[in-house]
Write a protein that binds this ligand. Structure first.
Ligand code: ZN
Length: 413
């Protein structure tokens, strides 16, 4: 990499440090829990005004509504916020897809709402790490890239969705279509506090199982009752037994509900559970096993089961093209004297979705931080600048050598 060419933009990124921090704090102060559509609209307006000046095309897209069975067994429709799309140089031969989410896990009535600077290195606040700070990293890297842009070889699309924290079910169609048009994906989830990035990721599925029985007076007509809680318990024990740590399969029984008064045989019970797998082929085997468990439990007279949900994020395995992209990221970090490492994780993100669409991607290019999804979420301030520089260098690398990655990708496909 030509050091002189990249030095100036890297200095410019440094000069943006205070602005990045200020904007992260301002955006953290606007609640954008996945179900707070008004808050998401405000945050989307802010991001739109930041990204639009860089782009040739700006689009505001609708998320799909999603039908779910809730923890009480009722069918509900979930609505999600808008999806923003910005693109530049669509006709360039090498296309990069940059993704991030505007939603957080903190609802409007959560106690954690106010960002705070703890000391000169750290801020806490909802979404500072996951991922409002990350979106500022993305923006600043793109700004630096466009300021220094001399090549017309690289075009980009930015997708900001509003439902990542609930699994991106409403935006997966947009992510998939964009991934199919791109040659490399960059996602701005936070890195670990020590700077480690995520490599391979497990796949994940959420399910709801509703057991229906027959209610009866527990004293007068006990025998005519069919206890839904007991039927569900039987099913849950079988589900839990599918966990196989060595093979990377976990079943988490996450939530149960059911039953009424002491003297009533319960006629309904609901269980919600999450399954994660390391190997793509295991998802199919487990899906078939789930059907069998339901069928077995229904053999008890008067018991009926309803299973809904499914695997929505396939495992992200590391393809040859993905490995090349990881190697380049490590190289770019080395030029900044950073010893960058990747580590596999059981967590999922939109990196799983992009990989499922065949797109090599690095999905933890955001800030360094930790305790995400808790009231102690924090971001390391210096990482705004450091990771914006890293992304800028990576964009630069893709602009000059992207063809190689495309070739690698074709070999894999
Ligand atoms: Zn996130």
């Amino acid at each position: 990499m030509n050091k002189v060419i990249v030095q100036k933009p890297c200095h410019w990124i440094e000069s943006q440090s205070d602005i990045m921090l200020e904007q992260t704090m301002q955006l953290s102060a606007i609640n954008s829990g996945t179900h707070n559509l008004a808050g998401l609209t405000r945050v989307a307006e802010e991001f739109s005004s930041l990204f639009a000046p860089l782009a040739d095309t700006v689009e505001v897209l609708d998320s799909h509504d999603i039908e779910r069975v809730d923890h009480q067994g009722s069918a509900t429709t979930e609505r999600y916020g808008k999806i923003l799309s910005f693109s530049k140089r669509k006709s360039a031969p090498f296309q990069v897809l940059l993704c991030g989410h505007m939603d957080t896990v903190f609802p409007r009535d959560h106690t954690f709402q106010v960002p705070q600077q703890i000391d000169q290195h750290t801020v806490t606040g909802p979404g500072v790490a996951d991922m409002k700070g990350g979106l500022l990293v993305m923006l600043t890297a793109l700004e630096a890239f466009e300021r220094s842009q001399t090549s017309d070889q690289l075009g980009w699309q930015v997708i900001l969705n509003s439902d990542e924290e609930t699994g991106s079910l409403g935006s997966s169609h947009v992510l998939k279509a964009a991934a199919q048009q791109a040659h490399a994906g960059l996602i701005y989830e936070p890195a670990l506090a020590d700077g480690t990035l995520a490599g391979a990721r497990k796949g994940s599925g959420n399910f709801t199982l509703v057991a229906h029985g027959q209610s009866a007076h527990a004293g007068r007509e006990f025998s005519s009752g069919r206890n839904a809680i007991m039927a569900l318990t039987d099913a849950m024990l079988q589900l839990a037994s599918l966990t196989n740590i060595q093979r990377g399969i976990t079943v988490n029984i996450a939530r149960i509900s059911g039953g009424q008064a002491f003297n009533v045989v319960p006629d309904q019970a609901v269980c919600q559970f999450n399954i994660r797998c390391q190997l793509p082929e295991d998802q199919q085997v487990i899906a078939a096993t789930l059907q069998q468990i339901v069928k077995d439990c229904e053999c008890s007279e008067g018991i009926r089961m309803e299973l809904s949900g499914g695997f929505t994020r396939p495992p992200k395995a590391i393809s040859a093209a993905n490995q090349l992209l990881m190697d380049w990221t490590i190289d770019c970090a080395h030029t900044m004297d950073i010893d960058l490492r990747f580590k596999d994780t059981g967590g999922c993100c939109d990196g799983n979705n992009l990989a499922a669409a065949g797109l090599a991607n690095i999905d933890t290019l955001g800030v360094l931080g930790g305790n995400i999804h808790t009231e102690k979420e924090f971001m390391l301030i210096d990482s705004l600048t450091q990771r914006a520089q890293l992304s800028f260098l990576l964009l630069n690398r893709l602009a000059s050598a992207g063809e190689q990655l495309r070739a690698g990708e074709q070999v894999v496909k």
